[in-house]
Design a protein around this ligand. Structure first.
Ligand SMILES: [Cu+2]
Length: 306
């Protein structure tokens, strides 16, 4: 009877937790940053990020099941074999069946974790052919992104992103009527085309930083004197944020990364403007797309909404 009670209780808790995982998704943010009160990880927009989420859920369910099973066993033993009810303890030392079971079952659990884990690693480290290659350079404390040209006419250009101060955030939010997340927004966003493979080559000018966009499932150390890399194929347009994820010094918390995912057409206009050295036009393009991504046609329209 006692065993049955604990089994049912454990199952009920597991079901509730599984329900919470499943139910968390629809309420999540439409943009690439975490919302106040959000449960779970940032919404994935790449295959790698989706696989990371499934793997995270799988491992969590296994961890919770093991923890509840062990808790149940301990409580059962404490009650069933307490001194007052069991004055003469058993002298049993070996039980072949039990010993085989507690060796084999953990092996099976590890195999069940290893298979999806290796599949995920394969996906993360098998680079599809690049449509766009960008070099990210970490600096204390801001990011530079270099878009290398492929021919002498195809000019290389660099986008330098600095975090917006609290005053700048307030100013921009007021001017555009759009959400401008604090500690994430930057002056110059980098732009990539939607549904295209982007190779991100990552390095640093000073100390170790880390380039990451959680919604892309990309995270890699930026090491001075070395080139590391990650790749992503964003399946949705919008703005996606990340923060330096390697403790790098005083302003570590203030060097965000902002990636704007746009159509190929807009991407070509933006790169065209920067190759021609017209930073003002490039900025106008990203400002215009920001309004479109927020579902408004113009600044006046955005102000109406507020
Ligand atoms: Cu850093």
């Amino acid at each position: 009877m006692t065993t049955r009670f604990w089994t049912l209780g454990a199952l009920a808790i597991l079901a509730a937790i599984a329900g919470a995982f499943g139910a968390a998704d629809p309420a999540l943010a439409v943009q690439g940053y975490s919302e106040p009160g959000q449960i779970g990880l940032q919404r994935p927009v790449t295959e790698v990020a989706r696989d990371i989420h499934s793997f995270y859920d799988l491992v969590n369910i296994i961890i919770i099941a093991i923890t509840l099973f062990v808790l149940g066993l301990m409580l059962y033993v404490m009650v069933r074999f307490r001194e007052s009810k069991n004055p003469v303890p058993s002298k049993t030392t070996h039980n072949t069946l039990l010993e085989v079971a507690w060796t084999v079952v953990p092996i099976l659990i590890l195999v069940a974790i290893a298979i999806p884990s290796f599949k995920l690693l394969m996906l993360q480290y098998t680079y599809p052919k690049a449509d766009v290659t960008i070099k990210a350079i970490g600096n204390a404390w801001f990011w530079e992104h270099e878009y290398p040209g492929t021919t002498p006419e195809d000019k290389t250009f660099t986008v330098t992103s600095n975090m917006l101060s609290d005053e700048e955030v307030a100013e921009k939010a007021k001017a555009t009527g759009l959400p401008v997340p604090r500690l994430l927004s930057v002056d110059n966003e980098i732009v990539v085309p939607v549904n295209k493979v982007v190779h991100m080559l990552v390095t640093s000018n000073d100390v170790i930083h880390n380039w990451t966009i959680p919604s892309f499932g990309s995270k890699i150390d930026a090491v001075p004197g070395r080139l590391t890399s990650t790749w992503f194929r964003a399946e949705e347009q919008g703005i996606f944020y990340g923060q330096c994820s390697e403790l790098c010094g005083m302003n570590h918390a203030f060097m965000p990364i902002a990636v704007r995912v746009v159509s190929q057409d807009v991407y070509d206009q933006w790169t065209g403007a920067l190759k021609a050295g017209d930073r003002k036009k490039a900025k106008e393009i990203t400002d215009r797309v920001a309004l479109e991504h927020a579902g408004v046609k113009s600044v006046a329209d955005a102000s109406d909404k507020n």
